[in-house]
Design a protein around this ligand. Sequence first.
Ligand code: PHE
Ligand code: NA
Length: 453
Amino acid sequence: MTTNAQPRTQWLGRWGFILAATGSAVGLGNIWKFPYITGEFGGGAFVLVYLACILAVGVPVMMTEIALGRRGRGSPVDALRRVTAESGRGGAWPLLGWMAMLCGFLILSFYVVVAGWSFSYLWKMLSGGLDGSSVDEMAAIFDANNQSPLNLGFWSTLVTVATMVIVGKGVQAGIERSVSWMMPGMVLMLLVLIGFGIFSGGFMEAVRFLFSFDAGRLSSEGMLAALGHAFFTLSLASGAILTYGSYLPAKTSIARTTLSVALADTVVALMAGLAIFPVIFANGMSPSSGPGLIFMSLPLAFQAIPLGTLFGVLFFVMLSMAALTSSISMVEATVSWLCDNKGLSRRRASWGTGLVLWLVSTLAMLSFNVGADWTLAGRHLFGWLDYLTSRWMMPLGGLGMVMLAGFVLKHETFREELGLSPVWHALWLFMVRYVSPLGILMVFVDALGITRV
Ligand code: PHE
Ligand code: NA
């Protein structure tokens, strides 16, 4: 049913796509970002909007992306070119693919810095560098870790190299093979940690914080953040899911896979919140401490409990693996584009991409030390990369894709790819035509202040 001539690699195992896509989705977004932005935007109300965005926007967009990838059997740029051509359309639609590829790349350039924090904390945990008995001491350790560009750069470089090594090995031998042991390992470790969260005191307060929806009205900025995070956490509009979808065997059900990935991602985020906020409340720490939140709070808890070092090591191993299974998905689009269009081998494509990535990520890393003053409108480079990708590029890319699917492409394309019953298909179509685009537009309009004139 696909339109291209040369066969494309496919996932080897039945679980290949599910593991890889879940690996991409579940990452620092769930464990590092979700708790800290929930804290910043005040808890329950933010969580509610976020969950609504996952359902009304995230799920339909993910189905659309996987279908586009499988239909077009290529990187986002190539896939979009093929599917629009197949429907007799040309035009600027492949630009969406370029934006997605750029977006994945830009995300990775700050993501490796945070993943680097995780690796460095794993090392500290093992070597005893996390001794401190108060939130202030932990904050001092976090700051000190950021002060030296050499130290921070070492860890983010390590993550960059690890990512490119895996991606360079290819879809089956690199990506599929690595996620097939990292994902089960992660789930096991997470379960242990939840048990830990339940018994650590402050659990009920955390539940109240996350789920009491009358926590005050949410700001426009909070809504934009919730929408952006729904995209970020599901790896949407950044080339990752579309490219992984391009390796999906024809028989796999896209709807079912999407629901499992979205559910797993949501459960992990909520579980992370339930593991982290008890510690924060039990220690009188402010939930709105920003990006350092988990690094300043959890180590404190690990010290206070029996076998704490063991739990701490487990946690940072899990976090580091979660980061890697996501980071590899962010460059897969670019690497596959280079291989398909520039005739590069996978290894060369990976190292080339990695080199450019390393330069940008090094600049982003400097935001925490020598470049702390290089700001524009109050944001440093790290902040800009995060802000532009999550709040603007991903929702815009998602908007473009649902419009393309809902109004431009032939209906046959999606009937065949999604293979849904008429009722479910109609529901999907209604979502991509009206609910998702209006949801995205409303949040944009609100954020731009138009409704408050
Ligand atoms: N979904 C990942 C996370 O939550 C981040 C990500 C974004 C991965 C975009 C791939 C593409 O950590
Ligand atoms: Na996620």
